[in-house]
Design a protein around this ligand. Structure first.
Ligand code: AMP
Ligand code: DBH
Length: 555
């Protein structure tokens, strides 16, 4: 086994096999067969290209043989930071085919993160677009290469690249030396890591999540069923393609399993998403709430035919019932299905057959009956049904340890191998779960804890508020006070007084009322597109410090 990797213990593995969950096949081989099943159907639409499953499979194997020519071997690590382009799909599946492990970085990662991933995993390769705006990923990679000798292969997209870089387009045109037959004879162990995902990590550098051939295939098979993907369906991928949600939960892996078509969009902006939905008759969208909200308020929405959309999945952050209702009103053909997922494993979906009140309020149950869930109090004891506690989970596709992180693992798992998510949840009579926030998403006002989520939910009911994030701002006396960042509805100018008297009118405790309002037009986003509270906290802290210094000088 790869050093630093914690496998699922044998007695659990035996159960998952006996249940038929784990197929004991390397992912590359499994998907090779899937592509073979769907042959002449269109697998991917990328720009002006429409690629059949047959051609996709052929090109992936072609790239895979090139990888073998370069000496890339099973369990070698390879950092992939490609944009939503067809080259991602070629390289990702080619790496799986040879048993090398793609580590999926996100587009906004820079030297700090990428350098760490390469060094920490002793990666042999790195793939990216050479340049994005005014940032040169190529220069960054060359710099890292000087410090980390394991990094032998740079795969770049772009013009005028130095000779030492591989171009995926060029590899397509040249014949590899290694014969295709070698691919079938590689001895790959499906219990080994196939993919390295990254934790969202709102603090510190992302941790590395090993996903095995067995668990990651199973994840996509199950999610694609829960998500009602069918032959002939069409998924638009507009979030960063390497993230666990659009890649595998069910994402493009799920859509391939079902024989549908995957359309790549280079951004989640309305100007790129709406035309593609109309042209390609997209049935499935996977979005984060902030993106859905933006699309629904875009003035061009009514100018496009979006009637093909059957399911909108949102995940990553809590979705407000109002947003679901609005989406289903503006796009009457669709149902909104919230997904609660994590790159660490567990995924829950609300059931499409549930009545709207359940669908809007809960994130549903896990899709697999062998996902074990515990809701724990601060002492690690299970709470009674309906009581809020921390979500802990264990199951056939949830990790048992971050890669090479013994100290973190000692804290992040219970003795029984449950992963402690840090998410606050309660069970719902429908059998699903309700997200109540993050364990750490609290504002500590002189010892009184305020759930940011609770205040946010109430503020969203105010007619002037389109979106809101409540965060702690530093206070010399109380330690922290609540600051509300608000995106107002067009044409409105909410004030702190209006919002707090609205909250007080609803009976909210006085200590929970925001004490400062910052009106903004957009929120800073995490690499994946979640609202980044960390950036808001940094901003308000800088602002408050500056104001205090100014007062100090005057006084
Ligand atoms: P990541 O570590 O980036 O994979 O993020 C996983 C985390 O995102 C979860 O632990 C939750 O905190 C959050 N998350 C994902 N889906 C939802 C959702 N539907 N509602 C609320 N939080 C979510
Ligand atoms: O936020 C996430 O990581 C996430 C959200 C929805 C995820 O990993 C997933 C679905 O699989």
């Amino acid at each position: 086994m790869l050093q630093g990797f914690t496998p699922i213990p044998a007695e659990f593995a035996a159960r998952y096999r006996a249940k038929g969950y784990w197929l004991d096949r390397p992912m590359g081989e499994y998907f090779h067969d899937i592509f073979g099943t769907w042959g002449d159907r269109i697998a991917v639409v990328a720009g002006t290209e429409r690629i059949t499953y047959k051609d996709l499979s052929d090109r992936i194997d072609h790239v895979a043989c090139h990888l073998l020519d370069m000496g890339i071997a099973p369990l070698d690590r390879f950092v992939v930071q490609l944009p939503n382009r067809i080259e991602f799909i070629y390289l990702y599946f080619a790496l799986l085919r040879v048993g090398a492990i793609p580590l999926l970085a996100l587009p906004p990662h820079r030297t700090y993160e990428i350098g760490h991933f390469i060094r920490f995993t002793q990666a042999v390769g790195y793939a990216a677009a050479a340049r994005e705006g005014d940032f040169s990923f190529l220069d960054m990679a060359l710099e890292i290469q000087k410090q980390v000798p394991s990094l032998r292969h740079l795969f770049m997209l772009g013009e005028d690249l130095p000779g030492a870089c591989h171009r995926i387009g060029e590899l397509m045109r040249t014949a590899p030396v290694t014969p295709r037959s070698r691919l079938a004879s590689l001895a790959l162990n499906p219990d080994e890591p196939a993919v390295f995902q990254l934790s969202g990590g709102t603090t510190g550098i992302p941790k590395i999540i090993p996903r095995t051939h067995n668990d990651y295939t199973f994840n996509s098979v199950g999610c694609s069923a829960a998500n009602d993907m069918r032959e002939g369906d069409c998924l638009l991928v507009c979030l960063p393609i390497g993230h666990n949600f659009p890649l595998a939960s069910p994402g493009l892996q799920g859509m391939f399993i079902r024989g549908g078509c995957v359309v790549l969009a280079d951004s989640p902006r309305a100007s790129s998403v709406f035309p593609l939905i109309q042209q390609e008759r997209v049935t499935h969208l996977e979005l984060v709430p902030a993106v859905l909200i933006r699309l629904l308020h875009d003035s061009n929405l009514a100018n496009y035919d979006l009637s093909s959309v059957r399911i909108i999945n949102t995940g990553g952050q809590r979705l407000q019932p109002e947003t679901s209702a609005l989406a289903e009103k503006l796009i009457p053909s669709c149902k909104v299905q919230e997904v609660f997922g994590m790159a660490e494993g567990l995924v829950t979906f609300n059931r499409l057959s549930d009545p709207p009140e359940v669908r809007y309020e809960t994130v549903g149950p896990p899709w697999c009956e062998d996902d074990e869930i515990r809701i724990l109090d601060d002492e690690g004891r299970e709470v009674p049904p309906g009581v809020v506690g921390e979500l802990a989970c264990r199951g056939p596709y949830t990790l048992r340890g971050y890669f090479n992180a013994p100290e973190v693992n000692a804290r992040a798992f219970t003795a029984e191998g449950f992963y402690l998510t840090g998410d606050l949840m309660r069970s719902h009579p429908s059998g699903g779960y309700v997200v109540e926030g993050r364990k750490k998403d609290l504002i500590n006002r002189g010892g009184e804890k305020i759930s940011a989520e609770e205040v946010e939910n109430m503020l969203l009911g105010h007619p002037d508020v389109r979106n809101v994030a409540c965060i702690p701002m530093p206070d010399p006396v109380l330690g922290e006070r609540t600051c509300a960042y608000v995106i107002p509805r067009p044409g409105t100018h909410p004030t702190l007084e209006q919002l707090t008297s609205y909250l007080a009118g609803l009976g909210l405790a006085k200590f929970k009322l925001p004490e400062r309002l910052e009106v903004v037009s957009e929120f800073p986003l995490s690499p994946f597109g979640k609202v980044s509270k960390k950036d808001l906290v940094d901003a308000i802290t800088r602002l408050v410090t500056k104001e205090r210094e100014a007062i100090g000088k005057k006084g």
